[in-house]
Structure formats: structure tokens, C-alpha cells
Write a protein that binds this ligand. Structure first.
Ligand code: SF4
Length: 243
């Protein structure tokens, strides 16, 4: 599996925010987000510039599991980049983590464009579908990103797993403005996910960005009956690697 970084920190977003967690960040992504607020993806070293010299490179499941056992916390977050680009390795890794620690709680953070057998071993799938506000307009990636950013069939599959109590799912959206809400509503009517599973977080990669957007995002949550989530790691450490 191509790995960008492994680190121990706290989950900064969503319903597990504040939980000390071992992070496994995979390298490479099938999308190239560039938000209307002016920021690129917050981990461009896994998407726009997946420089294998600065990232760890290929790592076996056993080797990743060994690193986890040195930390041994119960929460593991597998994030990216896009971890579901490697469905078989991801399944193998989740299975291994469960074998090593029966109390492990595995969150997989994904853009929701792929699914696979890994869903059987995950405890929470944190899906962050990429809205129109993420399209890198005017770049060589605009067409590819627009075509691939939403996979309705995959999103429906995740929602049906949740409805059948087979898996917990949260839908986490970067909030840039009111147009995002209209698009979230379109996705909801197509896919069926509930307001109570939606988390909005302000678009931004600095504490200042978040501050500017926070009140508006909270108002959008009140209006839509969604959950608000901040980005604790940005507030605590800024947009750094390994936190
Ligand atoms: S889907 Fe996530 S990792 Fe991929 S480019 Fe967008 S924000 Fe970055």
C-alpha cells in the first residue's frame, strides 16, 4: 500500500473528534480538489503533488500493523489521499488490525467514489463527497475531477449499509457557501442519507480561514438541522504534516 505518513494525534473532525488516534495516511488520490474559498486540498502531498520522495512509499500490511502496535490506541483512522483506491490492501489491513486488537475502532475517511470488502471491517466510514465547489476550474484536472467526484451508486451502497445497521456512516462536507446546501440536498434525495448524519465544516486550512467561515457554517447547520464540526488539528497546530 502506498503510504504518505503514519502518526499519533487526535481526530480533528466529525463524530469522533477529540479521540486520540493512530493515523494511516495513504498516498495518491483520484481527485484534485481546489475549493472556491481559494484553497487546494489540505494534503496536496497526497493528491496534487504526491512526491514519493517526501512520502514513506510502499509499506506492507504487516509493517503498518507493527507501527500501530508500538502505539496501541484503540482508534485507528485510515485516511488519504484516497485510501479506497487500494481496496484489497485496505481490506487486508483492516482485517489485520481487528486480529491484533479486538477493541480497535477503525474509521475510514474517503471521498466516496470507491467501495469494497473493507466495509465489513470498518466501524465508521466517513464520506466526504466533493461538491461543485471543489472543482479545479481552468486546470488540466477540471474534466477528470468533474466526471469522477460523485459516484452515486457507491454513495447509495454506503447509505444502505447504514440503513441496515451494518455500518456507521457520517457524511462530512466542506462548507464554502449556500450553493453547497442546494447540492447536498440533491445528493440526499438521490442517495437517501439523513440530516442527522451530515457534518458541515468550514472551508479552510488555517485558524484564520476557519474563524472567517465558522459563524456562517454554524448558521447553515442550524438551518438544515445538520451537525457542525470544526478542524481541531488546524486550530491546535496549523496545517502541518503529522498532526
Ligand atoms: S478528495 Fe480529499 S485527498 Fe483527494 S484531492 Fe480532494 S481533498 Fe484532497
Amino acid at each position: 500500500m502506498k503510504i504518505s505518513e503514519l502518526f499519533y494525534s487526535v481526530q480533528g473532525e466529525g463524530k469522533r473528534a477529540g479521540r486520540p488516534s493512530f493515523f494511516i495516511r495513504t498516498n495518491h488520490c483520484n481527485l484534485r480538489c481546489s475549493f472556491t474559498g481559494g484553497n487546494l486540498c489540505d494534503t496536496p502531498y497526497t493528491s496534487w503533488e504526491p512526491d514519493d520522495k517526501r512520502n514513506i512509499g510502499e509499506m506492507s500490511t504487516d509493517r503498518i500493523a507493527e507501527e500501530y502496535m508500538n502505539i496501541r490506541c484503540n482508534d485507528v483512522v485510515i485516511t488519504g489521499g484516497e485510501p479506497a483506491m487500494y481496496p484489497e490492501e485496505l481490506t487486508k489491513l483492516c482485517r489485520k488490525l481487528k486480529e491484533l486488537n479486538e477493541n480497535v475502532f477503525i474509521t475510514i475517511e474517503t471521498n466516496g467514489t470507491f467501495t469494497g470488502e473493507f466495509v465489513k471491517y470498518a466501524d465508521l466510514i466517513s464520506i466526504s463527497p466533493k461538491l461543485r465547489s471543489s472543482v479545479p476550474y481552468g486546470t488540466e484536472f477540471e474534466k477528470m475531477h468533474s466526471k469522477n467526484r460523485i459516484n452515486s451508486e457507491t454513495l447509495k451502497t454506503f447509505n444502505s449499509l447504514k440503513e441496515n445497521f451494518l455500518l456507521d456512516v457520517q457524511w462530512k462536507f466542506v462548507y464554502t457557501g449556500p450553493d453547497d446546501i442546494a447540492e447536498i440536498r440533491e445528493l440526499q434525495s438521490e442517495t437517501g442519507f439523513q440530516d442527522s448524519d451530515i457534518y458541515l465544516m468550514p472551508e479552510g486550512i488555517t485558524a484564520d480561514d476557519l474563524k472567517k467561515k465558522r459563524a456562517e457554517t454554524i448558521e447553515a447547520c442550524k438551518e438544515g438541522n445538520f451537525n457542525y464540526t470544526d478542524r481541531l488539528h488546524i486550530l491546535a497546530w496549523g496545517n502541518k504534516r503529522g498532526v
